[in-house]
Design a protein around this ligand. Structure first.
Ligand code: NAD
Length: 494
């Protein structure tokens, strides 16, 4: 196997040690390029999650007392360690997820380092406040860490999402038990090794790779976890809401999406074609914020589609470790089958597959989880325009005017992200304001930055990652009243 990694860390990380699972089970991790085994990773069961929560709870008092600047310094060291090991992490993430090297090298890994650095810098800058109350009293607000937080991440951006979750949680003084997705645990375990190397105290971070209904469910049920941050499907998000009722956990839910990507008749067409291809085909379309619904003004629809389909057909599929590859495989066989099924659904509903909709003809790719970039003409009410496909699959519809496009764009259960392309400044802001969505991009798509809040509305969940919002999510307010100079008339005169 052409992988330049030292070896794969494949154990649970609990209390600062790499350990086997209590029940001795393992999870086989496959390379989606050819479905060959990469390694086996210890599987965390309920008892392991419980051990990890205990380790985190024991580490919490000292971690929250540590000077915020020192907590921040550890995150800054971690950011440096990510950069120092960038080549290894790049390749590790590519073989585990199927992301082409050019994506992991220029997006996943640098974005991970930048996120740890941002929250390292944030640790000692996130302040409480003072409320101007009645004379004679001082009322100040502390932002205190929640305690032990559970974090569950999906398989589509394992390295990056781990930094989005752990960065703010640790900066705010919480201890963490994180469950990576069963399909893609490798980069997260490597991060745990780096954390140990740079000096995070034992128990502050614990990593428990395991299956969702077992290890994930235990995190959601656990009575000593008071906050759970979840990124994944809306269906599992709903289950987590039910489980959280036990101890009324604070929740943060980053769920599915069905991003509208609107092209107005005055758009810069070449820029919109390139940007829209990135919006859906980057990461094989496995992105909650993907621009998976292309909504074209009828005046430019033919011209746009001609260029867009030409581009889609020219995308180079191949081994993620090949420097020339522009699109890798989907992350699992099961998911490949799911996306292919949606191609059938599209046809059954009377949709027209304009390109793709099948496995690539290349025999070198036949064992892998590949699927061609797919463009489908469909009606806004069709399942393929309403349900999250989560693949290199974009639906195309057209509109006549602004009223109609707003109805189409806002006409799903989701509200995570959307984009629009126009040269009309007023229209750009008007439409951005009307989109029911946590994030909107104007003349660009899929921009993210650790300073900019990330999250959705409606069935896309609630809460925000990144920025000051994330620090608020991982802290709770304590209001402290002090009588500095007040004469309080007695209520009960005796
Ligand atoms: P998923 O919901 O199946 O799994 C996500 C995580 O939850 C995994 O770690 C899984 O093991 C765990 N899990 C599964 N069942 C569980 C249970 N009963 N209790 C607790 N944990 C459980 O989702 P997926 O297929 O791995 O990921 C794709 C989904 O994630 C898509 O819907 C996508 O839109 C969503 N996503 C959302 C965002 C966002 O920020 N809004 C970002 C990326 C992905």
């Amino acid at each position: 196997m052409n992988v330049q990694t030292k070896s794969f860390q494949n154990k649970l990380f609990i209390g600062g040690e790499f350990v086997d699972g209590d029940a001795g089970g393992t999870i086989e991790v496959l390379n989606p390029h050819d479905n060959s085994p990469i390694t086996e990773v210890a599987e965390a069961r309920e008892a392991d999650v419980d051990r990890a929560v205990t380790a985190a709870a024991e580490a919490f008092p000292a971690w929250r007392r540590m000077a915020a600047m020192d907590r921040g310094r550890l995150l800054l060291k971690l950011a440096d360690a990510v950069e120092a090991n960038a080549d290894e992490l790049t390749r590790l993430e590519s073989i585990d997820t199927g992301h082409p090297l050019r994506d992991t090298r220029f997006l996943d890994v640098p974005r991970t380092a930048v996120t740890y650095r941002y929250f390292g810098g944030m640790a000692d800058k996130f302040e409480g406040s003072v409320v101007p109350v009645e004379e004679g009293f001082l009322n100040y607000l502390l932002r205190e860490p929640v305690g032990v937080v559970g974090q569950i991440v999906p398989w589509n951006f394992p390295l990056m999402f781990t930094s989005w979750k752990m960065g703010p949680a640790l900066a705010a003084g919480n201890c963490v038990v994180l469950k990576p997705a069963e399909l893609t645990p490798l980069s997260t375990l490597r991060i745990a090794e780096l954390m140990r190397e740079v000096g995070f105290p034992p128990g502050v971070v614990n990593i428990v790779p395991g299956y969702g209904p077992i290890a994930g469910q235990r995190l959601a049920d656990h009575p000593d976890i008071h906050k759970l941050a979840f990124t994944g499907s809306t269906a599992v998000g709903r289950k987590i809401v039910e489980s959280s009722a036990g101890n009324l956990k604070k929740l943060q839910l980053e769920l599915g999406g069905k991003g509208a990507n609107i092209i107005f008749e005055d758009a810069n067409i070449p820029a919109a074609v390139g940007g829209s291809a990135f919006a859906i085909f980057h990461n094989q379309g496995q992105a909650c914020i993907a621009g998976s619904r292309l909504i074209l003004h009828e005046a430019i629809a033919d011209e746009f589609l001609d260029k867009f389909i030409g581009l889609a057909k020219s995308i180079r599929l191949g081994d993620p470790l090949d420097e020339n590859t522009e699109m890798g495989p989907l992350t699992s066989k099961m998911h490949q089958e799911r996306v292919l099924k949606y191609c059938e659904v599209a046809k059954e509903e009377g949709g027209e597959i304009l390109t793709g909709g099948k496995l690539p003809d290349d025999p070198a790719l036949e064992k892998g989880c590949y699927i061609e970039p797919t463009v489908v003409r469909a009606k806004p009410s069709d399942r393929v325009c309403q349900e999250e496909v989560f693949g290199p699959f974009v639906s195309v519809t057209t509109f006549r005017d602004e009223e109609e496009v707003m109805e189409i764009a806002n006409g799903t259960e989701y509200g995570l992200a959307g984009g629009l392309w126009t040269r009309d400044l007023q229209r750009a802001h008007r439409v951005a304001a009307q989109l029911i969505s946590g994030m909107v991009w104007i003349n660009c798509y899929k921009r993210v930055n650790p300073g900019s809040p990330f999250g959705g509305v409606r069935s896309s969940g609630y809460g925000r990652e990144m920025g000051f919002d994330a620090m608020r999510e991982y802290t709770q307010t304590k209001s402290v009243w002090v009588n500095v100079d007040a004469q309080i008339p007695p209520y009960y005169k005796r």
